[in-house]
Design a binder for this molecule. Structure first.
Ligand SMILES: NC(=O)c1ccc[n+]([C@@H]2O[C@H](COP(=O)([O-])OP(=O)(O)OC[C@H]3O[C@@H](n4cnc5c(N)ncnc54)[C@H](O)[C@@H]3O)[C@@H](O)[C@H]2O)c1
Length: 386
C-alpha cells in the first residue's frame, strides 16, 4: 500500500513507519518536527539520542534498501501543501499521529492551550477537508486516546468501543433505541481536542462518506521495537520529563537513577496501557481491516491492560528496590477510578497483547541506565498544574 504517516518522526509514528516500510509498504512521512522544537523550548530532550530525521531515513535505507520519503509540512497551517502532498502521493491510507500529545503541556498556560487546540483540531480538519476536496478514497486512521471516555465516569461498567446503545423514552411511553458516540468526558485541553476530532470524524463520515478508523489508545510505554533496534541511528524517542514523559516509562527511568517513584495523589487512578510494539502492531491490523464505503466511523480501544498507578509503582519498586513518594496531585482528576475497557476488536483480529513483564520493564531500565548522563534532573518533576 501507499501510506502517508503524519507525525512520523514522533514516538509512535517513527516505529510505525519503519514497521510498515519493513512489511513492504511505500511510506511517506509528513512532519513539521514541532515535537523536537518543543523540547528546545522546554529545555529538555529525549532521553535517547534521536538522530535528525534525514539521518534516520538514510540509515534505514542503507540497512534495508527500503526508501522512506519525507516532507516537512505543518499539517495544521499549510492546507495547500498538505492537499498537494495527498494528491501527489495518492495514498491508500493516511495514518494521523500529528498532534500535540501531552495533557500537562496543554495545561501549562493560555498559550499552550491555544496552541494545542489550533494545532490538533486544524490538523485533523485539514486532512479531512483535503481528502474530501480531492474526492479520494483514502482510509484515514487516527490516533485518539482512552482519555476521551474520561476517568471516573463509569464506575465498573465496561467501556465499549466508541459507541453506546441507549433507549430514549417517547411521549407515548414506548422507547426508541439509538447508538450514540460514547459521551465525551475530557480531563485536559489535549483530551478535549481528541473529542473534537471525534465530532469532525462523525461529520465527514456522515456527509462525505470518508472511511475513518479512530483508535482510542492507552498510555504507550517501552521504547524500541524490532525495527528501531536494528541500528542506533534508528533509536526511538523516550520522553522522561514531567510534562511529556508518560507514567510507566517515568517510573522505570526514576528507578534506574535511584530517584523515588513519584506518584501523584493516592495512586488509585486507573489507566490503560499498551507497549509500543503492540501499538505498532495495532496500526498494522487497523490498516488491514478498513471500514467499507458507507460504514460508520470504526472505533477500536487500543490497549492491553488497565492498572492502578500505585500498583504499577509497587511492581517497579519490587523489581528495582526504588522508593515510592506520594506527591500532591497537580492535576484536577478523580483520586480513584476503575477502568474496565472492552478491547475485543483487536483481540478478534489476532492481537495477542504484550502484558507488563519483568523482561519488558528490564529493557526500559537498561536503556535508561545507558543514557543516564542525558537526564536533566530539574526536569523530572511535573510542572503543569490544573
Ligand atoms: N504516546 C502515548 O502514550 C499516546 C497515547 C495515546 C494516544 N497517543 C496519540 O498518538 C499520537 C502520536 O503520539 P506520540 O507519542 O508519537 O507523540 P509525539 O509528539 O512523539 O509525535 C507527534 C509527531 O507529530 C508531529 N506534529 C505535531 N503537530 C504537527 C503538525 N501540525 N504538522 C506536522 N507534524 C506535526 C510532531 O513533530 C511529532 O513528530 C498523538 O496524536 C497522541 O495523541 C499517544
Amino acid at each position: 500500500m501507499k501510506i502517508i504517516v503524519l507525525g512520523g518522526d514522533g514516538f509512535c509514528g517513527w516505529p510505525t513507519s519503519l514497521h510498515l516500510s519493513n512489511l513492504g509498504h511505500e511510506i511517506t512521512i509528513i512532519d513539521n518536527l514541532s515535537r523536537r522544537k518543543i523540547d528546545i523550548d522546554l529545555e529538555t530532550n529525549s532521553l535517547t539520542p534521536i538522530k535528525p530525521i534525514h539521518r534516520r531515513i538514510k540509515t534505514w535505507e542503507e540497512m534495508t534498501s527500503k526508501k522512506i520519503n519525507f516532507l516537512n509540512i505543518n499539517v495544521a497551517t499549510d492546507y495547500e501543501l498538505i492537499k498537494k502532498a495527498i494528491a501527489d502521493v495518492s495514498p491508500n491510507a493516511i495514518i494521523h499521529f500529528a498532534e500535540q500529545r501531552s495533557a500537562p503541556y496543554s495545561m501549562i498556560s493560555a498559550t499552550t492551550k491555544r496552541y494545542t487546540v489550533n494545532n490538533n483540531v486544524n490538523a485533523t480538519h485539514n486532512i479531512l477537508a483535503a481528502i474530501s476536496e480531492l474526492k479520494k478514497d483514502i482510509h484515514l486512521i487516527h490516533l485518539g486516546t482512552m482519555g476521551v471516555y474520561g476517568y471516573g465516569q463509569t464506575g465498573e461498567n465496561p467501556i465499549p468501543e466508541g459507541y453506546l446503545e441507549i433507549k430514549i423514552d417517547q411521549p407515548d411511553g414506548s422507547q426508541v433505541s439509538k447508538e450514540i458516540l460514547y459521551p465525551a468526558a475530557p480531563g485536559s485541553i489535549y483530551h478535549t481536542t481528541k473529542t473534537l476530532d471525534a465530532l469532525l470524524f462523525y461529520f465527514y463520515n456522515k456527509n462525505d462518506n470518508l472511511r475513518i478508523t479512530d483508535l482510542h489508545q492507552g498510555i504507550v510505554w517501552g521504547t524500541n521495537t524490532f525495527e528501531t533496534n536494528l541500528h542506533e541511528d534508528l533509536i526511538n524517542r523516550f520522553d522522561y520529563d514531567g510534562d511529556y514523559g508518560t507514567v510507566l516509562n517515568r517510573f522505570l527511568m526514576q528507578s534506574a537513577i535511584n530517584h523515588p517513584l513519584t506518584v501523584h495523589g493516592s495512586g488509585n487512578q486507573t489507566r490503560a496501557f499498551i507497549h509500543i510494539q503492540d501499538s505498532v502492531k495495532c496500526i498494522e491490523i487497523a490498516l488491514n481491516n478498513p471500514p467499507q464505503a458507507q460504514d460508520k466511523v470504526q472505533i477500536f480501544n487500543q490497549m492491553s491492560e488497565s492498572k492502578k498507578l500505585i500498583d504499577l509503582a509497587n511492581i517497579v519498586s519490587k523489581l528495582t528496590g526504588a522508593e515510592i513518594l506520594l506527591l500532591n496531585n497537580p492535576r484536577n482528576e478523580a483520586d480513584c477510578n476503575e477502568l474496565n475497557v472492552i478491547n475485543t476488536k483487536f483481540i478478534g483480529y489476532g492481537l495477542s497483547p504484550l502484558k507488563l513483564s519483568e523482561n519488558l520493564m528490564y529493557e526500559v531500565t537498561e536503556i535508561t541506565k545507558k543514557f543516564t548522563h542525558r537526564i536533566n534532573k530539574d526536569k523530572i518533576l511535573a510542572k503543569a498544574k490544573w
